[in-house]
Design a protein around this ligand. Structure first.
Ligand code: BGC
Length: 348
């Protein structure tokens, strides 16, 4: 079988290799890989050595956003041949720490967790892959291969759950939500916001095309400047990771606002910034919370499947802007400014 492999930090070694079909360990599922989705972390793994090779290996199968169909399932696994499944990215650290032991590997305390396609485990960018049933998420046939959006949606689900939990600290009756960037994660963030009945605003620098259209199709409002929001958001889902955007956003939030950072840039730029004025005026005197949120546990994957199930299928399909055959998978790195989710078709 063929697989998309990388050597972290050596992008010139990325390619397609022939690997033996994996043999499931007792209890595991064997899955025919259908699609994998590309995100900025895949670029960081490949180009900036964010990734860590599995011990003793000289290359790793890339990609952590997956969907496939079960080829073989043990009788007691809860899965059947033909089921659509998504693999969970993170595995608890082996100790495990108290958080991992409680099923909250997304809050791992010692950093010894592993991640498929990112840290010490092969990813899902292969024509067949195996997965432990307790780390496999079933998606219904209606969602089908759009299940590839489950992993990014799980990250968004966790961000919204953070809002709910932090909101309980005091009186909190949010009306306006702002999502920064109308990339795939931002659009999913906006979807969750509209599903909650909030007045959702999305900020992105791209003025025309699919991004504003998809935002408006949700009933949300699109902005290319934060100056014309027309409201003070109570909630911000920040997906750009840009230091400049984060600090600009804080100047526009309502009192008691909750801002969740879910974006990573991979860059470490210096942003000139009046730190003390911002702490006084934008955070302290407003009771504002800025919280970061990474990864997702099983609960968030299930919330993601539910949210995607409640979305318009055509709208979800439009989030996939390009399908690349496995043989050309390294084209994922050539993304245009208007690109949304680029997926690799593992069977062509
Ligand atoms: C993934 C997370 C992962 C993080 C850091 C993200 O792209 O969605 O599951 O924890 O990268 O490696």
């Amino acid at each position: 079988m063929k697989a998309a492999t990388v050597v972290p930090g050596r992008p010139e070694l990325s390619g397609v290799v022939e690997l033996p079909v994996p043999v499931p360990r007792p209890g595991e599922l064997l899955v025919q890989g259908l699609l994998v989705g590309f995100c900025g972390v895949d670029r960081d793994v490949t180009e900036r050595a964010h990734g860590v090779l599995p011990p003793g290996r000289d290359r790793m199968v890339l990609f952590h956003e997956s969907v496939g169909r079960v080829v073989h399932a043990p009788g007691v696994s809860g899965f059947q041949e033909g089921d659509y499944v998504v693999g969970v990215v993170r595995r608890p650290d082996p100790l495990p720490c108290e958080a991992c032991a409680a099923g909250q590997w997304d809050f791992c305390l010692n950093g010894e967790y592993t991640e498929r396609g990112i840290k010490e485990l092969d990813g899902f960018g292969a024509q067949q892959w195996t997965v432990e049933p307790q780390f496999a998420i079933k998606v219904g046939p209606v969602l089908g291969d759009l299940g590839v959006l489950t992993e990014p949606a799980s990250v968004v689900a966790k961000a919204w759950e953070q809002v709910d939990m932090i909101g309980r600290r005091a009186y909190f009756a949010p009306r306006h939500a702002l999502v920064t960037s109308a990339g795939p994660v931002g659009l999913l963030g906006a979807l969750f916001g509209t599903q909650r009945g909030l007045d959702v605003h999305v900020f992105d620098r791209v003025a025309e095309g699919l991004r504003p259209d998809l935002v408006r199709a949700l009933g949300a409002t699109y902005h290319t400047s934060l100056e014309d929001l027309g409201c003070d958001p109570d909630i911000v889902i920040e997906t750009t990771g840009s230091g400049r955007v984060v600090f600009e956003v804080l100047q526009h939030t309502a009192r008691n606002a909750i801002t969740v950072l879910v974006g990573l840039t991979g860059h470490h730029r210096t942003v000139p910034f009046p730190a003390e004025a911002a702490i006084d005026n934008e955070l302290m005197l407003d009771n504002d919370v800025v919280v970061s949120s990474v990864n997702a546990n099983l609960r968030h994957y299930n919330q993601a499947v539910q949210a995607l199930g409640g979305a318009d299928r055509k709208w979800l399909g439009s989030l996939i802007s390009r399908r690349i055959p496995l043989c050309d998978w390294t084209d994922v790195f050539d993304t245009g400014p208007d690109e949304l989710k680029v997926v690799v078709d593992l069977q062509t």
